[in-house]
Write a protein that binds this ligand. Structure first.
Ligand code: CAA
Length: 386
């Protein structure tokens, strides 16, 4: 067993850190306050390979491994979580699924545009009445005689929905078959029949635009079906396994930023004649924050390593990804809570980024499978019971 990173992994971590510190961190507060979508920064990340980290160079990506993705995501999330949300959807939920299930033409068209940062991608699974219970979807695609499909229905909570050019959509093609009746489609948002609803005002990750989308007799051509008919749920779940590693990394980035700020603060801030870091109550908090941060990181790296094996034909990594996401997101919530408490009034004030970390951390326990769903996945895997 070797805990060291390769030169390539360290290189992409460096690239991500440089962009995160030079371009993203200085405008993080502005993006949080205004909710403005950071298009220019996303393009810069794309031009540097960070929108398609695991995408092979022949499709416009950086051709790196899942561990590199984790390292880069952490750097971006530590500067601003909203940027890392957009990055994770482009990398994990959009490019990843098309790379695994798409045709050569689909990879050249859709993956290249997103990996190079020229366009934004999205992933549409959730509906107003179905989130965790994803197979309860109502959005329908009806096959026509010529092999095309006509799509009708609504999807909600679509990350990057307001700006996405392409979307991986999941729709019901055969209601009677349940999970096996769902098919994945590649959607061009500039085409007739596609519409957008209002942008959601959110507690955190405010610069990552989120909206409802709607399909009214939208026609998908036969060559725009991703994978086989009825394979959609498996595609969604496989892609979400990868996505959960991305969200775990995002949680670690947010938690690390809060932790590092806190370590500095407890050395400087004095109370009762000494730095507050010299008090045992603060020391216990610092030690516990560090343990949870490291545990989250190690579990996430393990999941990424397992995904690398899966990509080479190895076993599924659903359990490792769920364990990583659950641990990292709950660590991020706990660590940002402690950071805020230690900072006291300054933590509650918008003059410091601590309250932003606290707000941003919460979403990691909700999207790409709530903590309850991660526990369900883990318990099912461990017991074999349903
Ligand atoms: N990989 C591959 N296949 C999988 C799989 C996986 N991880 N998990 C399940 N499947 C397959 C099963 O093998 C089964 O296949 P067969 O029919 O061939 O046997 C099929 O899928 C159905 O599986 P289940 O019976 O286990 O399905 P279920 O209805 O009980 O649901 C669930 C399982 C874990 C609860 C799942 O629905 C789930 O993960 N729900 C959460 C959905 C979610 O994460 N939504 C997030 C929205 S996207 C988002 O947040 C993006 C964003 O904007 C950032």
């Amino acid at each position: 067993m070797d805990f060291s990173f390769t030169e390539e992994q360290l290189m992409i971590q460096d690239v991500a850190r440089r962009i995160a510190q030079e371009k993203i961190a200085p405008s993080a507060e502005h993006h949080d306050q205004t909710g403005e979508f950071p298009l220019e920064n996303i393009r810069t990340l794309g031009e540097n390979g960070l929108m398609g980290i695991e995408v092979p160079a022949e499709y416009g990506g950086a051709g790196m491994d899942p561990v590199s993705y984790v390292l880069a995501m952490i750097e971006v999330a530590a500067a601003d979580a909203a940027h890392s949300t957009i990055m994770s959807v482009n990398n994990s939920l959009f490019c990843n699924g098309i790379l695994k299930y798409g045709t050569e033409e689909q990879k050249q068209k859709y993956v290249r545009a997103i990996a190079e940062g020229r366009e934004i991608g999205a992933f549409a699974l959730t509906e107003p009445q179905s989130g965790s219970d994803a197979t309860a979807m109502r959005c329908k695609a009806v096959r026509q005689a010529d092999g095309s499909y006509v799509v009708n229905g609504k999807k909600s909570w679509i990350t990057s929905g307001p700006v996405a050019k392409y979307i991986v959509l999941f729709a019901m093609t055969d209601q009677d078959k349940g999970a096996r009746g769902i098919t994945a489609f590649l959607i061009d948002t500039d085409r007739e029949g596609f519409g957008r609803g209002k942008t959601e005002p959110k507690l955190g990750i405010r610069a990552s635009a989120t909206c409802e989308i709607e399909f009214n007799d939208y026609v998908v051509r036969a060559d725009e079906v991703l994978g086989a008919e009825g394979e959609g749920f498996k595609i969604a779940m496989t892609v979400l396994d990868a996505g959960r590693i991305g969200i775990a990394s995002q949680a670690i980035g947010i938690a690390r930023a809060a932790y590092e700020a806190t370590v500095e603060y407890v050395k400087e801030r004095k109370a009762f004649g000494q730095p507050i870091g010299a008090f045992q109550m603060t020391q216990a908090k610092i030690a516990d924050m560090k343990c949870r941060l490291d545990a989250a990181l190690l579990l996430t790296l393990r999941a990424a390593w397992q995904k690398g094996r899966f990509d080479q034909g190895g076993a599924r990594f659903s359990n490792e990804a769920a364990i990583a996401k659950l641990t990292a997101s709950e660590a991020a919530m706990w660590i940002t809570h402690q950071a805020l408490q230690i900072h006291g009034g300054m933590g509650y004030s918008k003059e410091m980024p601590i309250e932003r970390y606290f707000r941003d951390a919460k979403i990691t326990e909700i999207y790409e499978g709530t903590s309850e769903i991660q526990r369900l996945v883990i318990a099912r895997n461990e017991t074999g019971l349903r």
